[in-house]
Design a protein around this ligand. Structure first.
Ligand code: ZN
Length: 96
């Protein structure tokens, strides 16, 4: 068999990975304290100083976006780290 993988049009399509963060988000969420949930978002408080998967500094809250697109209506200017997993956006606000 002299098959060239690059010549197969299906090979490229199947190789496209789902975007995932390099962390176990279920485990991450399980260590946080749930705060509020509505149709668009679910938020958690980081009471145990879990490290942010993006910058490794402890974040203050986690906001998981359930709607797409979603408006966050932030009342303050915050530094944000963002990750995507399973089609959901995870937002990690850092307060100065
Ligand atoms: Zn961060």
């Amino acid at each position: 068999m002299d098959t060239d993988a690059d010549a197969d049009p299906d090979a490229g399509a199947e190789a496209t990975p789902e975007p995932t963060m390099d962390v176990d988000t279920e485990e991450l969420v399980a260590s946080l304290t749930p705060r509020e949930e509505n149709r668009a978002i679910k938020s958690y408080q980081n009471t145990v100083a879990v490290a942010c998967p993006a910058c490794e500094e402890p974040f203050d809250d986690l906001v998981v976006c359930k709607g797409n697109p979603t408006s966050l209506n932030l009342s303050k200017q915050l530094d944000l780290c963002v990750g995507v997993e399973g089609g959901r956006a995870f937002i990690f606000p850092h307060r100065p």
